[in-house]
Design a protein around this ligand. Structure first.
Ligand code: FAD
Length: 468
């Protein structure tokens, strides 16, 4: 069998690349070793975690957030098995959707482990050990990422007591005490889920702040909000051991700067220290494909590896490990393979933390602008001064707009607050078109909306906000 494009891996990078390639008239096949399509994101990542974040938020909100609105209900009762069934159903409808789209776009889908035999040749080994060899003009590696451990610490992840995010979205009961190792997005999202459902959650983070890489001011306020919700934090703390103890586990850590050890007991330990590119069993070394010093497939600006006809996208290459970044790379690469000009603007990739409140950002942080010596101005607007936020009792947080001091071009927008993950996209569109804070501030925004806080922060950046 011979193809124009064979994509190995059907996560957001791979499946989107395959659909776009087929839409552009290329004869396309995909190979997936998991039983279902959609990769980490649809099966064990973005989608199931958001299903649980939403359900646990409804539970917590019903328990604590609606009496003030004059809605009185009896204390809600948790049915965890049903919540998990909801999550599983959402996953199923999404992965089935990908299968449907493959059929609709006449993409051949092969179940099994794909291996690059040489440029132009890929083998698929199915679970019975049968091998099929396929020929293709172009190979796309979209094999994603896998859970990374704790550097220098041997951890036995059994996905029951000591869990990665995969076990963390499938616990059969709410732990009394949960320790989360790693204060990044995944740790804080899943920590929030279990905290809302009643667990005492303690986060141990190596850096001095949570959400490393996010705007410093946002990160500090976010930590205060999560602490108010009951989460506890140990920052600047290096974990030196995670071991099973009795029915639970213990986590040992010490200050990064040096000092006494602390030991925490937990019913469940969630190891959320990041992810690493996944290239096992792909045959890349034999095919002569070069990896970089962090194990990622090395690519140029057109997703080309060093071997002609072999390309790579998504978590397995450099850049933020985000589903939408992988998707956009998939589209751009398919366009390039079809002879068009595919392109991703890496300066405008939004990042969202789907907690309550949400945190969202796009573009540069103040810390990055300072480090680069860029002259910038900042405008801020708090949701406490926004009418809609007051009406909804959602006044926590603020919007911050950062713009070039001379040109007024918007360089970064950071939002913490209800619905931040949706609000951020007006900033993303503005930045994609090279807009200024004045453009944003002079755009008519419907009243009363949370979006008016974005407009007011822009007004604050180029002159003065009205409602403050
Ligand atoms: P993946 O989705 O990892 O897919 C790779 C696929 O390749 C897998 O299905 C794998 O089985 C397959 N594969 C690997 N090797 C082979 C082989 N040799 N042969 C055949 N198949 C192979 N990102 C967001 O943007 N938003 C979120 O809200 C978000 N939440 C997340 C929550 C969690 C708990 C986790 C773990 C991740 C989350 N992410 C989120 C990150 C997101 O899941 C990844 O960035 C995204 O899945 C990367 O897509 P990908 O296509 O590169 O790879």
């Amino acid at each position: 069998m011979s193809y124009d494009v064979i994509v190995i891996g059907t996560g957001p990078g791979g499946y989107v690349c395959a659909i776009k390639a087929a839409q552009l008239g290329l004869k396309t096949a995909v190979i997936e070793k998991r039983a279902t399509y959609g990769g980490t994101c649809l099966n064990i990542g973005c989608i199931p975690s958001k299903a649980l974040l939403h359900a646990s938020e409804v539970y917590a909100h019903t328990a604590h957030g609606i009496a003030e609105l004059g809605v009185e209900v009896a204390a809600p009762k948790l049915n965890l098995a049903k919540m998990m069934a909801h999550k599983d159903a959402v996953v199923k409808s999404n992965v089935d959707g990908v299968q449907f789209l493959f059929k609709k776009n006449k993409i051949d889908a092969f179940q099994g482990t794909g291996k690059v035999v040489a440029a132009g040749k890929v083998s698929v080994t199915n679970d019975k050990g049968e091998v099929t060899t396929l020929e293709t003009k172009n190979i796309v590696i979209a094999t994603g990422s896998d859970v990374a451990g704790i550097p220098g610490v041997k951890v036995d992840i059994d996905e029951k007591v000591i869990v990665s995010s995969t076990g963390g979205i499938a616990l059969s009961k709410v732990p009394e005490k949960m320790v989360v190792v790693g204060g990044g997005v995944i740790g804080l999202e899943l920590g929030s889920v279990w905290s809302r459902l009643g667990a005492k959650v303690t986060v141990v983070e190596y850096l001095d702040n949570i959400l490393g890489g996010m705007d410093g001011e946002v990160s500090k306020q976010f930590q205060r909000m999560l602490a108010k919700q009951g989460m506890e934090f140990h920052l600047g703390a290096k974990v030196t051991g995670v071991e099973k103890a009795g029915k639970g586990a213990k986590v040992t850590f010490e200050p990064v700067k040096g000092g006494d050890k602390t030991v925490l007991d937990a019913d469940v330990v969630l190891v959320a220290t990041g992810r690493k590119p996944y290239t096992e069993g792909l045959g890349l070394a034999e095919a002569g494909v070069v990896l970089d010093n962090r194990g990622r497939v090395e690519i140029d600006h057109h997703y080309r590896t060093n071997v002609a006809g072999i390309y790579a996208i998504g978590d397995v290459v450099k850049g933020p490990m985000l589903a939408h970044k992988a998707e956009d790379e998939g589209v751009a690469l398919a366009e390039i393979l079809a002879g068009q000009a595919g392109h991703v603007n890496y300066d405008v990739i939004p990042g969202v933390v789907y907690t309550q409140p949400e945190v969202a950002s796009v573009g540069k942080t103040e810390e990055e602008l300072k480090a680069a010596g860029t002259a910038y101005k900042a405008g801020k607007f708090p949701f406490t001064a926004n009418g809609r936020a007051r009406a909804m009792l959602a006044t926590d947080g603020f919007v911050k707009v950062l713009a070039d001091k001379d040109t007024d071009r918007v360089l970064g927008v950071h939002i913490i607050g209800y619905g931040a993950g949706e609000l951020i996209h007006e900033a993303a569109v503005l930045m994609e078109f090279g807009g200024s804070s004045e453009d944003l501030g002079r755009t008519c925004h419907a009243h009363p909306t949370m979006s008016e806080a974005v407009k007011e922060a822009a007004l604050a950046t180029f002159f003065k906000p009205i409602h403050m």
